[in-house]
Design a protein around this ligand. Structure first.
Ligand code: IPM
Ligand code: MG
Length: 369
């Protein structure tokens, strides 16, 4: 059988630096575990604009549709701020999500014991935290029509975006959340604004429908998204799986990420329908952005990107044990006190570089054999 295929799109800013450490882990799997991948690389975001004049070239898009999984670093940077909206680096990422139809974005927020002191919240609030946000990723206000900036008839302008969800779009992401809950603690909390938005009423009704008809064994609750944000910082351990729309999911997942101490720790998986080979269409990326302020300095924390590769092992390649091996290696280096600059806090000591963190994780992987 052919090796599974990976397309690496390291992107902009710290993307290439953190992805370099993932490439070493992929190589480790080939050398030490006999798990080989066919890896190809291409450009997305600002670097793609520089090379091809667009944030995602058609040939890159076609390649992404063919591979078993895409690994993405980050996109964007101040250099591209003045580009036309349609050419901005983010459009490349949004095109991948939309055309691959990656409707279920899994964003786990787990607090490693060694980092419980780094959260801006009290230790007892975050210690042992383990929740997953399932964010709808291909619809809602990110993609709804009409959209645009238009002249009004008072000599000014108006901007418009449309929040639109269909039954099918809500039901399929709800199923992804219920499936996830069954593998965890069997609880789903759905978040919307049914008190002010019709699309929120539909969201609530359809999630309830999927529950009642297909997953009555899972505990389901509903919450307004603003209350959800408050509950996330008040007592996040009340949640197991949160399912929410594209925009609320964007905001709530940044909030959940910070509970764990650093945005540099959080991986994500974006999954679509199964392909002919049974694997889901899939893209894996860290939740953090391109961090232009520290790009090129070898300071960035590669853990979120490495844990995203672990999610690929679990969700695309059915290697849950190997995913756990990578996760345990990360846990071990953190417990040993290895820290990139973002994890230093006010404590004294010398942070390791991006590569230094990669070295430590590779050593922990070696030790796991
Ligand atoms: C995310 C990011 C993206 C989003 C940006 C880069 C387009 O914030 O993945 O959370 O808004 O979805
Ligand atoms: Mg975001």
């Amino acid at each position: 059988m052919a090796n599974p295929s990976l397309l690496i799109l390291a992107g902009d800013g710290i993307g290439p630096e953190v992805m370099a450490e993932v490439k070493r882990i992929i190589a480790w799997y080939g050398d030490k575990r006999g798990v080989k991948f066919d890896v190809s690389e291409d450009l997305v975001g600002g670097c793609a604009y520089d090379a091809y004049g667009v944030p995602l070239a058609d040939k890159t898009m076609a390649k992404a549709q063919e591979v078993d999984a895409v690994l993405l670093g980050a996109v964007g940077g101040p250099k591209y701020d003045t580009l036309d909206f349609s050419l901005k680096p983010e459009r490349g990422l949004l095109r991948l999500r939309k055309e691959m139809d990656l409707y279920a974005n899994l964003r786990p927020a787990q607090c490693f014991d060694a980092l419980a002191d780094f959260s801006s919240l009290k230790k007892e609030v975050v210690a042992g935290l383990d929740i997953v946000i399932v964010r709808e990723l291909t619809s809602g206000v990110y993609f709804g029509e009409p959209r645009g900036i238009f002249p009004d008839n008072e000599g000014g302008r108006f901007g418009i975006n449309t929040q639109r969800y269909t039954t099918n779009e809500i039901r399929r992401v709800a199923r992804a959340a219920f499936e996830m809950a069954r593998r965890r603690n069997n609880k789903v909390c759905s978040m919307e604004k049914a008190n002010v938005m019709e699309s929120g009423i539909l969201w609530r009704e359809e999630v309830q429908w999927v529950h009642d008809n297909e997953y009555p064994d899972v505990e389901l609750s509903h919450m307004y998204a603003d209350n959800g944000a408050m509950q996330l910082v008040r007592w996040p351990k009340q949640f197991d799986v949160i399912v929410t729309d594209n925009l609320f999911g964007d905001i709530l997942s940044d909030c959940a990420a910070m509970l764990t101490g650093s945005l540099g720790m959080l991986p994500s998986a974006s999954l679509g329908a199964p392909m002919a080979n049974g694997r889901p269409k899939a893209l894996y990326e860290p939740v953090h952005g391109s961090a232009p302020d520290i790009a090129g300095q070898g300071k960035a924390n590669p853990i979120a990107c490495i844990l995203s590769f672990a999610m690929a092992l679990r969700y695309s390649f059915d290697m849950g044990d190997e995913a756990a091996r990578v996760e345990k290696a990360v846990e071990k280096v953190l417990a040993d006190g290895v820290r990139t600059a973002d994890l230093m806090g006010p404590a004294a000591g010398t942070p390791v570089s991006t590569k230094g963190m990669g070295d430590a994780i590779l050593a922990a992987l070696d030790a796991s054999l």
